[in-house]
Design a protein around this ligand. Sequence first.
Ligand code: SF4
Ligand code: SF4
Length: 77
Amino acid sequence: MVTVINSDYCKGCNLCVVTCPVKVYKEGDKPSSRGYFVPKIVNVEKCMDYKRKKGEKKKCELCVLVCPDQAISWSNE
Ligand code: SF4
Ligand code: SF4
């Protein structure tokens, strides 16, 4: 599983950027259709849940929990 950001919900607060312990997200540089700078997913292979799928036993979900707009969800690769 990997995380995805729904740009229809994201308001570019960057809480996910500062919260992710392994820097999966980076601040966005282009405005969405709503005018918000949606973060980019730049290091998905570092995500703890992605690694869990590969055999490690780490579990995180901090970004999903911290997003105030429920813009982050899980998706199959
Ligand atoms: S925490 Fe949610 S609303 Fe804030 S930038 Fe990340 S995805 Fe967007
Ligand atoms: S689940 Fe954890 S490691 Fe993975 S992107 Fe979210 S905050 Fe980062």
